[in-house]
Design a protein around this ligand. Sequence first.
Ligand SMILES: [Cu+2]
Length: 341
Amino acid sequence: MLSAIIGVSTIIVFSVLSEAQLEPKVFVTHSGQVIRTSGDVLDPLYTASTVEFDPEKYLRDFNYGRIYESKNGQTIREFTIIAEDDKIQEISPGVFYNVWTFNGTVPGPTIRATEGDLVRIHFINNGSKFHTMHFHGIHPAEMDGVFETVGPDGGQFTYEFEAGPVGVHPYHCHVMPLEEHISHGLYGVYIVDPKEGRPPADEMVMVLNGFDTDFDTENNFYAANSIPFYYQHHPIQIKTNELIRIYVVNMVEFDPINNLHLHGNLYNYYPTGTSTVPSTYTDMITLSQTERGIMEFKYDYPGKYLFHAHKVEFSEKGWVGIFLVNDNLDQKSQTGIDYGN
Ligand SMILES: [Cu+2]
């Protein structure tokens, strides 16, 4: 009898083991390492299937829309934006959070147009709650995304307005309770370029955000572009003597202020990006919610430089990153324009 029990248990253990060995799981660690294992994974790690947002890609990803020209020569830019509120994202290793998304990510896509273009947004609400898109900028009242709420399960609305003014603006859902709709992730960046363009630069977008994962109206994690500590583990590669332009937007809910400090350098800062003349040359700006601007700088010396919230609590909870400045080997081919400093 005893030997029969031992025999059966051996078969069970053996079959469990062989099943596990047949199906190795793939994990991606926080540092981007891909691991295959058939064993138990004790450390909290990303699974390949839950990595839905890539801060590396988001950083320099600009969506110019589908481009047409009207009869009178105006450029029309069409975008389709789909809101959802049922996605789960691993905000930090082992911490899963219900994100509400525009086109599947937090932040939503960076919408970019030139001043005077006609921007047309086909908005579809595939969520379970009412949502809208409210753009900062100049537009008619009925395009403001506040009073015309869009119903769940496929409700639609077309936002249409002329791009302006020049600058960097947020867009976000404006359905009450606003705190809930914003803190879950329904926001993104809208850039309006001047007709004459801006000087060539390595351009990037940083949305400063946070997540309240225990619903006590205080953020547990902070980040530039959603994933705490991401750019510390994956430094942003830039080059010496190359103009860097960052469109920075503070969307942190619950906290009255946020800020941004750059190491080993200072930057020209253009509040809201509406003027071509910087208001200040500094290494520190302070931003309330939806306050935003453009930072421009160049590094003279190669090496690793931190950038982070100088509200130390925020940086210790994830809002910190590194610029890895590489020697610019073809800097002689750069234009000789000097942008400040
Ligand atoms: Cu909403």
